[in-house]
Design a binder for this molecule. Sequence first.
Ligand SMILES: [Mg+2]
Length: 96
Amino acid sequence: MTDLESICKEVDQLIDILGGYWSKEWLIEPVIEELGEFSKELQIDAGLHPGKSTTKEKLAEEFGDLLFAVIALGRGLDIDVEKSILNTISKYRLRK
Ligand SMILES: [Mg+2]
């Protein structure tokens, strides 16, 4: 099992290799793009695009792309990704 901080650091390293984080106002763009790709696969999986098919592996691949983009967004905005998700989990716990 890999902890979230290690994953975040790996995302940082890959982004550095790819030329570094984009300026803050553009960091949301990959999230929107990947959300669109994931959404399309979900629609295909639901039969909304006749003649097209997807697989669980393709869905998982697009989900991973989306997670990568979301983590990169947080890191690029200097947000503590781990603290953010833990805070949200706490909020959901309080709702029950
Ligand atoms: Mg993708």
